[in-house]
Design a protein around this ligand. Structure first.
Ligand SMILES: Cc1cc2nc3c(=O)[nH]c(=O)nc-3n(C[C@H](O)[C@H](O)[C@H](O)COP(=O)(O)OP(=O)(O)OC[C@H]3O[C@@H](n4cnc5c(N)ncnc54)[C@H](O)[C@@H]3O)c2cc1C
Length: 371
């Protein structure tokens, strides 16, 4: 693991630090306190990654001795206070709300203004966002507007005891290395994290917090982007790999698209989802939304069955947090067996139908007993 400065820091700042350890924050930047989480919501539904990040923010705030705040931007008729109360149950102490007609439906310009204005006014030390389409879009523009560092797609967040800085770890060099990035001379320190990388915290209904209301100060005529209509993507959420409890994934060891149907069969019997490696997606055997790994989805199911998958690092990073991993591979030395909990050395074209048949028989017997 290496350590490096954030590449997202501005190009030629007036007081560029010479070395990592001797960076002394200016008095102005020392005033920045607290860990913030941008709460992403859409059509009265909060994205689970926001609660995962509130849980993670709590772990960062405790050693720093500071508060966790939830940031909620939305339209006047959206239930932001209800979301704030939910954020308290997951670990937030405070919530900053801005409700304005121009914040109904995500658009980069008003959300960037709302978030940067709040940062400039209340000065958080750390700000976390989900690495979703919205989070990625917003984080980049907020970081460049604030002239601070942003580490994207982090897999681990910690507080560096030497500097009290956010140590944000992420894969680099095509996933072959991890690097830990610190934004030492700028505030806030920003990071995005993909859904399911962090654990979902347990809600504590007895927790409460303080709600603060702010105003936006922007009118529709100042915004170039217009929201004309919302047309739901008929295919969105059809494949929900990150939150599936059971995933059966297939790799190139299945040889062709016809054999890949064996993966779908087992997933159907188990009531699970189907995942795949990148070469299977590239070969057109399955949709891109099914790709697990560094450039695909991060998953955390209770059961992950990997058939004909070598276990390359780029695939491993997307599935190794699964509770139980069962690997089926003809090669006893395949890297997947280094991190699988159970290994079956055998031909997937024989093992998959055998498992499907055995599970179908077992589940049918169980449902007869229950009836
Ligand atoms: C920048 C970058 C990003 C990437 N991102 C991703 C990513 O997000 N996700 C991803 O998956 N990959 C990703 N990759 C690709 C990754 O490096 C591997 O090439 C890929 O994961 C290998 O896929 P595979 O295991 O299906 O195929 P292979 O590596 O070809 O492995 C096939 C396996 O099947 C076994 N096998 C063969 N026949 C049988 C059989 N009959 N029964 C059972 N087992 C059999 C073989 O022993 C072998 O272990 C990325 C690569 C790069 C460079």
């Amino acid at each position: 693991m290496s350590e490096t400065h954030s590449s997202a820091a501005p190009a030629a700042p007036a007081k560029r630090p010479a070395g990592r350890r001797n960076v002394e924050l200016s008095e102005e930047l020392k005033a920045y306190k607290g860990v913030w989480v941008f709460i992403e919501h859409d059509r009265s539904h909060v994205h689970s990654v926001s609660w995962e990040l509130v849980g993670e923010a709590r772990k960062l705030a405790d050693p720093l001795g500071c508060q966790v705040s939830a940031i909620l931007l939305g339209g006047p008729d959206e239930p932001l206070e209800k979301f704030a109360v939910e954020a308290f149950t997951f670990g937030a102490d405070k919530a900053y709300l801005i409700q304005d007609p121009v914040l109904k439906g995500y658009r980069n310009e008003p959300f960037t203004k709302g978030l940067t204005d709040l940062v400039n006014k209340y000065q958080p030390e750390i700000m976390l966002l989900g690495a979703t389409s919205m989070g990625r879009d917003l984080a980049g523009s907020v970081a460049t507007t604030l002239l601070t560092g942003l580490t994207a797609d982090c897999t681990e967040l910690k507080i560096d005891p030497a500097t009290r800085a956010l140590a944000a770890t992420r894969p680099t060099f095509g996933g072959s290395l991890y690097c830990t990035i610190m934004t030492l001379a700028y505030r806030p320190q920003m990071a995005t994290v993909r859904p399911r990388v962090m654990l979902m915290p347990r809600a504590d209904a007895s927790r409460s917090g303080e709600i603060m209301h702010d105003t936006l100060g922007m009118v529709e005529t100042q915004i170039v982007t217009k929201l004309l209509d919302f047309i739901a993507d008929a295919n969105s959420n059809k494949i929900n790999l990150p939150y599936a409890d059971v995933i059966v994934s297939g790799g190139k060891g299945l040889k062709n698209q016809e054999n890949f149907k064996l993966v779908f069969e087992l997933a159907r019997v188990l009531g699970g989802e189907v995942g795949a490696t990148r070469p299977c997606v590239q070969a057109g055997w399955v949709e891109a939304d099914r790709q697990v790994g560094q450039t695909g989805k991060t998953v955390r199911p209770k059961l992950y069955i990997a058939a004909g998958i070598s276990g390359a690092i780029q695939h491993r990073v997307g599935c190794e947090a699964s509770d139980v991993i069962v690997a089926i591979n003809t090669d006893v030395n395949a890297p997947i067996f280094d991190f699988a909990h159970y290994g079956i050395v055998g031909n997937a074209m024989q093992v998959l139908p055998a498992l499907t048949q055995a599970f179908a028989a077992h589940l049918a017997q169980r449902s007869r007993l229950v009836a």
